[in-house]
Design a protein around this ligand. Structure first.
Ligand SMILES: [Fe+2]
Ligand SMILES: [Fe+2]
Length: 163
């Protein structure tokens, strides 16, 4: 599955993050069956940015934190010796790696809480938009290949959120 034109524009606009060598390596980590962690993060950022616009929150900060929400370099699809469960450690490592891009306290907390309710509760609009956008995008990506669903609810989501 590809990124839309608008999402490709976002990649270019945030090149200080998206062209970073480590960040680009997220393209090699498969995610949700049909995509990779780089494209997934761009979709989450695009949708969260739209939500931020809608509720008059800080769009730039939302997009930045959303781009970085899964910035963990462990490939969880392959056998690895990382201790613990990816589900729990990836937000912590993403926040640590994202410090290279000068996070605000709020952006850091938003990254740490994006796995809510499996992680801490989001405490800002940014945090809530990222956790919500992440879940919507995950459903869309997971069900991308299911024709029956694609023809109905997810197609609707696709039109609403991704174009
Ligand atoms: Fe995540
Ligand atoms: Fe995610």
């Amino acid at each position: 599955m590809n990124l839309s034109k608008e999402q490709e524009l976002l990649v270019a606009d945030y090149s200080h993050i998206t062209y970073n060598r480590d960040y680009l390596s997220l393209r090699n980590i498969r995610r949700h069956s049909y995509t990779n962690t780089f494209d997934h993060s761009v979709r989450v950022a695009y949708l969260a940015g739209k939500m931020a616009e809608y509720i008059h929150a800080d769009v730039d900060s939302t997009i930045k934190a959303a781009l970085l929400h899964d910035f963990c370099l462990t490939n969880y699809n392959e056998e690895n010796d990382h201790p613990g469960w990816y589900l729990f450690y990836h937000p912590v490592e993403a926040a640590e790696n994202a410090e290279a891009f000068d996070l605000t306290k709020q952006e850091r907390r938003a990254i740490l809480s994006h796995m809510f309710p499996m992680a801490m509760v989001p405490t800002s609009k940014i945090g809530w938009m990222i956790t919500l956008s992440d879940k919507i995008v995950a459903v869309y990506e997971k069900t991308y290949g299911v024709k029956k669903i694609k023809d109905r609810s997810v197609y609707f989501l696709h039109r609403l959120a991704f174009r």
